[in-house]
Write a protein that binds this ligand. Structure first.
Ligand SMILES: Cc1ncc(C[n+]2csc(CCOP(=O)(O)OP(=O)(O)O)c2C)c(N)n1
Length: 638
């Protein structure tokens, strides 16, 4: 790493010769493979942007010039060139974040890591430069072809194009893939066709692909086809961008550093909005990644660097339980369709897509569209299952509310990675869904505690045809099955306590466990029992609406405790507290959940420990509440 270790900041790149730059790129690639194979992380995307990032930092002067990365998973090379070369604790508590992080460096500007926002930020920053007279400051936004499928990117382009003399450089990092090949991404298709295909092939590709795919779709095909433009306009991508009012430079070989540099220099001098279209290869230079069909090692766990194979295999995960059950359901019900927002494999829909390709829709990184399109599918007589990561449903809140719920559409949303996910940091924790969805009239929300419940509740969810249903579960391996001992109302009883005498107390504590917190609640109950405190543990299964039997059951206990892997504000605990008040049940309630904070990256276990969502921490706090109750009771008796 003779060259890399000499790069302490971007300006150290300036004196390098072309030969040294090639050598540096090679060093960076072997550094990335070595480091990321030990920690896990976004290997493929970063291997693809090595030359591009070097060129960006040679041509622009960060942090004076703002270099922004959409999503931010491709910022490892940027980190290496801006003084951060200790990757030993990447994504580990206290170590480097897996995304840009403003706490880490002045060179990092945005860290939201939800896709397709970078052009919006860039628009705002460029306007700020203009208003404040910073003529020599540049704004450069790097966006992937995948992120370009998101509607927000196009809303921003529409605005950016309006100011012809406001400088803003958009670098399209076109590797033709999101995780899987980008579907409907016009930049990559048009670029491919510009270099390799002719007009006739474009037309036949257009008929075949555009009519069925998102973003570009039928109407764009017709516009292109029907507009009677010249051949050049059909096959040259600048037509489309320049029609929008954006200068287009490209396509550039994104692995030819010199070529990228010279394109960026032209763009820098242009003085208005300009697109630099770079063609790159995800996983470049690492065979295992280049050959990986599924996602080119978009994100890996710990792997053997020589083979790319995972170091450890874990038990069955929630995602695959869902994936298998979807195939079974698909066989039983012809009306079942599946929607993914560019994450077919990560959300477990690949087996369904294989079995029922005509009933699977990849809509691009377009969660809002996924929800509205699902409303349309439901209105048309089908039952859509929209599978997304919990945190990304945030973006489609209004569509869930107004388009699905208001229209009483039978759509099932399956939220993977709900709750604390940890290593991806604040933006990826799925801690919002059970709060924002509480406000949606008619919506029913299930939080399965184990694989059996996931299968059962998915079936119950897709049976609802007149309202949105949601099934949410955690990241990673499913724990062992936790059988129900009985039922109260529709709630599973996981730990029983004796039937009370009329008006009497059943047990000291009623623990209401949400989803995967069941094992934690049972552990807390055991620890409380060891201190002579009795408890009942129930799993409501469907946490919205509140089970009508819950207030009466609560009234048979001295303290009610709710435990959820979701933000405390407006979550299940808060909703149950309201239901108890409405029913006139005044039993004290303590709600355990995630504090409403942006949590720094760390493992799930470390975060749960830190926020007190463990059996011992819950037992300790509940014991002190019970002790206070005892004291209060004793005072009343005296
Ligand atoms: C709103 C939102 N939905 C989904 C994701 C998950 N996601 C992260 S990266 C990615 C693919 C990005 O593809 P592209 O922009 O082309 O970047 P590349 O990884 O190919 O460089 C997706 C779907 C996200 N970050 N944000």
């Amino acid at each position: 790493m003779a060259l890399l270790t000499r790069i302490r900041g971007p300006r150290d790149l300036d004196p390098l010769t072309p030969g040294q730059i090639t050598a540096l790129a090679e060093e960076i690639r072997s550094f990335l493979v070595d480091a990321v194979s030990k920690t896990g992380g976004h290997l493929g995307p970063n291997l693809g942007v090595v030359e591009l990032t070097i060129a960006l930092h040679r041509v622009f002067d960060s942090p004076k010039d703002r270099i922004l990365f959409d999503t931010g998973h491709q910022s490892y090379v940027h980190k290496l060139l801006t003084g951060r070369q200790d990757f030993s604790d990447l994504r580990v508590k206290g170590g480097l974040s897996g995304y840009p992080s403003r706490a880490e460096s002045d060179h990092d500007v945005i860290e939201n890591s939800h896709a397709s926002t970078v052009l919006g930020y860039a628009d705002g920053l460029a306007k700020a430069n203009e208003i404040q007279g910073r003529k020599d400051h540049h704004v450069v936004a790097v966006i992937g072809d995948g992120a370009l499928t998101g509607g927000m990117a196009w809303e921003a382009l529409n605005n950016i194009a309006e100011a012809q003399d406001r400088p803003l450089i958009i670098v399209v990092n076109d590797n033709e893939r999101s995780y899987s090949p980008t579907i409907g991404g016009m930049a990559n298709h048009l670029a491919t066709l510009r270099t390799t295909q002719g007009y006739e092939r474009f037309l036949s590709w257009g008929k075949d692909a555009l009519q069925r795919t998102p973003v570009v779709g039928q109407s764009l095909f017709e516009t292109l086809h029907g507009a009677k433009k010249g051949l050049k306009d059909f096959i040259a991508p600048q037509g489309m961008f320049e029609d929008l009012g954006l200068k287009y430079i490209g396509p550039i070989d994104g692995h030819d550093e010199q070529a990228v540099e010279s394109a960026l220099k032209r763009a820098k001098g242009f003085g208005g909005p300009v697109i630099v279209h770079c063609l790159t290869q995800k996983g470049r230079g690492y065979r295992a990644a280049e050959q990986n069909e599924e996602d080119r090692f978009h994100a890996v766990g710990v792997i053997h660097p020589d083979t790319g194979l995972p170091v450890k295999t874990s038990g069955q995960d929630w995602t695959s339980v869902f994936g298998e059950e979807m195939v079974a359901l698909g066989r039983e019900r012809q009306d079942l369709v599946a929607i993914t927002a560019a994450m077919l494999h990560p959300v477990g829909l690949a087996p369904f897509a294989k079995a029922f390709p005509e009933r699977t829709f990849d809509v691009g990184i377009a969660e809002q569209h996924a929800a509205v399109s699902a409303a349309g599918l439901a209105t048309g007589g089908l039952h859509p299952v929209v599978a997304v990561y919990a945190t990304f449903l945030n973006r489609a809140f209004d569509q869930v509310l107004m388009d699905v719920a208001l229209h009483k559409c039978g759509v099932t949303f399956v939220l993977d990675r709900a709750g604390v996910t940890g290593t991806d940091g604040a933006s990826h924790n799925g801690m919002w869904d059970m709060s924002i969805l509480q406000v949606v009239p008619g919506l029913r929300l299930a939080a399965p505690r184990d694989a059996d419940q996931l299968r059962a509740q998915l079936r119950e969810a897709v049976a609802v045809s007149d309202a949105p249903t949601v099934v949410r579960y955690s990241k990673g391996t499913v724990g062992p099955a936790i059988p129900a001992l009985g039922r109260v109302g529709a709630m599973d009883v996981l730990r029983e306590s004796p039937e009370p005498a009329l008006g009497g107390v059943r047990a000291d504590v009623l623990l209401v466990s949400v989803g995967a917190m069941a094992a934690t609640c049972l552990e807390a109950a055991d620890l409380l029992a060891a201190q002579g405190i009795s408890s009942t543990v129930v799993d409501p299964r469907w946490v919205k609406p509140v089970d009508p039997a819950l207030p009466a059951l609560a009234a048979e206990h001295r303290v009610v405790v709710t435990v959820e892997d979701n933000g405390r504000v407006g979550g299940v605990g808060a909703t149950i507290a309201q239901a108890l008040r409405d029913a006139g049940v005044d039993v004290p309630l303590r709600d355990f959940g995630i504090p409403q904070e942006f949590l720094d990256h760390a493992s799930r276990a470390e975060i749960l420990e830190q926020i007190g969502l463990t059996g011992p921490a819950i037992a300790e706090r509940v014991a002190s509440v019970v002790a206070k109750q005892n004291l209060a009771g004793a005072a009343v008796d005296a």
